[in-house]
Design a binder for this molecule. Structure first.
Ligand SMILES: Nc1nc2c(ncn2[C@@H]2O[C@H](COP(=O)(O)OP(=O)(O)O)[C@@H](O)[C@H]2O)c(=O)[nH]1
Ligand SMILES: [Mg+2]
Length: 196
């Protein structure tokens, strides 16, 4: 997949600002610092489409990227950083409940995890949203370049069992550093967009 003209439509602070668009939407979520912005830049082959290394948790915004008028990539703010206030956690939960509950265009959820670590409670909450709303979903385990060859299989297995992934819920090994897994991510997005 070659992306020609991706652009940020809006960083939406609330549902009133969600784009007035019929395009199908693919949601990307993950802990802050997991490598989500890098992944967005890597699969679109842009350096700065998604800002890398921004202050974790500073923003509570849903970023809507228009990908060649084909679909919207919805970048969820990184969750799970240490000093999040209770109020922010509640706001985040409400925002996601509203999005998953109301947004008809949602087609699939990609949850980004660090290949080296066991998924967090927040990651598990995220996968439950998708299952509850019968969305297609996939897990992307990124930063696999940080693992030794003989560790990769074991780490992926741990992620699979923690999420209790079914055969319909793929796990994709990825590295922005090594540009690994790009084709599989696009394959997954295409499948999600073809659905219905
Ligand atoms: N080694 C390695 N580092 C990565 C990879 N992806 C992201 N990083 C680094 O992880 C940090 C956080 O990345 P970022 O994309 O900003 O994470 P975000 O907070 O999830 O958007 C940065 O220092 C990136 O350079 C990867 O695939 N491999
Ligand atoms: Mg980011």
């Amino acid at each position: 997949m070659e992306v020609k003209n991706p652009y940020l439509v809006i960083s939406a602070p609330d549902s009133k600002s969600w784009p007035d668009s019929e395009l199908p939407e693919i949601v990307m979520a993950g802990r802050s610092n997991v490598g989500k912005s890098s992944l967005i830049n890597t699969i679109t082959r842009r350096k700065n489409l998604a800002y890398v290394g921004n202050t974790p948790g500073k923003t509570r915004l849903l970023n809507f990227f228009n990908i060649d008028d084909r679909f919207m990539l919805v970048d969820v703010p990184g969750y799970g950083y240490a000093n999040a206030s209770k109020k922010m956690l509640i706001q985040f939960g409400e925002m996601m409940e509203e999005y998953f509950g109301e947004r008809k265009q949602k087609k699939g959820l990609l949850i980004i995890v660090d290949a080296r670590h066991k998924p967090s409670e927040d990651d598990l909450t995220m996968i439950e949203y998708a299952r509850y709303h019968h969305m297609k979903l996939a897990i992307i385990a990124t930063k696999v370049d940080k693992l030794k060859k003989n560790e990769i299989k074991k780490c992926l297995e741990k992620i699979k069992t923690t999420f209790e992934l079914t055969d319909e819920e793929p796990l994709i090994a990825f590295s922005s550093e090594k540009k690994q897994g790009i084709d599989r991510v696009w394959q997954m997005i295409d499948e999600m967009l073809e659905d219905r």
